[in-house]
Design a binder for this molecule. Structure first.
Ligand SMILES: Cc1ncc(C[n+]2csc(CCOP(=O)(O)OP(=O)(O)O)c2C)c(N)n1
Length: 365
């Protein structure tokens, strides 16, 4: 009903929870209070996890990191996937990956430069994060097409940004998905910037969601800082694609409150005061207002949550730091079952080089 009722071509945007924490009852998805509370708790821990990653980078433990501060509700979209669904993320998705069950220590480890952080726990259907902007929607379409051919009733969700939506690969992915009616959810987190380039310089289209119609499937623009809108859109889109109704595009309109990565300085391209304008729309703030108005949350609960959350992220950071460094041979370990001859040669060269190094070091004491 949401996709039918809210037409991005008419400039409509789905919002259920307003910034003051008030819910529009006739649009409310079926979410029991206990579930809303749980989402608030996980989103809050997500934020602490994000802050911890920033600290780890600042203290020199990580080369760089892409924070998702302000995008917690959009990241919580991962909570609506079922185990059989595939998640196909970009580098921004630390919160979503954490929520889907990837241990935080693995994610930290990845940003510390250890590829083993992307080894997903057994049974979790998640691809490694894509650093090449806009490459991963193609993978999601490939996966979902395979699922369709095999008769699996599951979806693949492609996470990408507004900047990625300008990439040729993303258009090809959507076109293919439309033609072959693949069970794909295209999830565009529009945080309004591709590094320093604002969304209005990415496309002359009024919205990203409206483009879906030109590929022959429905699109929906939602307030991406509203967890109720996220829940409604995800639940409907996933149910539709699993039922064989073809792909869906959701544009989650949010705002990146932090830098693009730790290597970026947004004061160079963002007007001063712009962030202050967006802070009242903070997804956690408005959800907390809602919970408090329903007497489901208070200061004591908040304090307790922050304490538990902080312990959880500190523990993850400690674990990430304690993992023994990978052995150099690991570079060859995960892509091929049988190494092609040219890689086999490189592996032998590396082994010989390391042996020689060790001998030299032993000789020099
Ligand atoms: C193919 C490619 N081109 C350029 C880059 C450099 N780059 C990294 S992130 C980024 C901006 C992407 O913005 P968006 O898709 O909106 O996602 P966000 O980072 O805002 O989540 C760019 C241009 C890259 N990683 N890959």
């Amino acid at each position: 009903m949401y996709f039918e009722r809210f037409d991005p071509l008419q400039g409509q945007c789905l919002q259920i929870l307003d910034p003051m924490g008030k819910v529009q009852e006739d649009l409310r998805p079926d979410l029991p209070d206990s579930r809303v509370k749980q989402l608030y708790e996980r989103m809050s821990v997500m934020r602490l996890a994000d802050q911890m990653a920033m600290s780890l980078q600042r203290e020199g433990g990580m080369g760089t990191y892409a924070p998702f501060y302000g995008q917690e509700a959009a990241q919580a979209s991962a909570a609506f996937l079922q185990p059989a669904d595939w998640m196909v993320p970009s580098y921004r998705e630390t919160g979503a990956l954490f929520l889907r069950g990837v241990p935080l220590a693995n994610l930290y480890r990845y940003w510390m430069g250890d590829e083993r952080g992307m080894l997903m726990p057994e049974g979790l259907r998640i691809l490694p994060i894509a650093i090449v902007v806009g490459s991963q929607p193609l993978h999601a379409v490939g996966l979902s097409w395979a699922m369709k051919l095999k008769g699996e009733k599951a979806a693949a969700v492609a996470y990408f940004g507004d900047g990625a939506s300008s990439q040729g690969d993303v258009h090809e992915a959507m076109n293919f998905a439309g033609v072959f009616q693949t069970p794909t959810v295209f999830l565009c987190q529009n945080n309004q910037f591709a590094i320093s380039l604002p969304r209005k310089q990415q496309t002359a289209a009024a919205t990203i969601a409206q483009r879906a119609s030109s590929y022959g499937f429905p699109g929906l623009l939602i307030d991406g800082n509203d967890i109720f809108a996220v829940a409604a859109a995800m639940t409907e889109a996933l149910a539709d694609v699993r039922a064989g109704k073809g792909p869906r595009l959701i544009e989650m309109l949010t705002y990146r409150l932090g830098p693009h990565t730790t290597a970026d300085d947004p004061t160079k391209y963002r007007a001063s005061g712009e962030i202050e304008k967006y802070k009242p729309f903070d997804p956690l703030l408005r959800l907390r207002r809602y919970l408090e108005s329903r007497k489901l949350w208070d200061e004591t609960a908040e304090k307790d949550l922050v304490q538990r959350g902080q312990a959880e992220v500190e523990d993850a950071a400690k674990k990430a730091k304690a993992i023994a460094p990978a052995v150099p041979d690991d570079i060859f370990a995960y892509t091929y079952r049988t190494l092609p001859p040219y890689l086999k040669r490189q592996q032998e060269d590396l082994r010989a080089f390391l042996k020689e190094q060790a001998a030299v070091e032993a000789h020099h004491g």
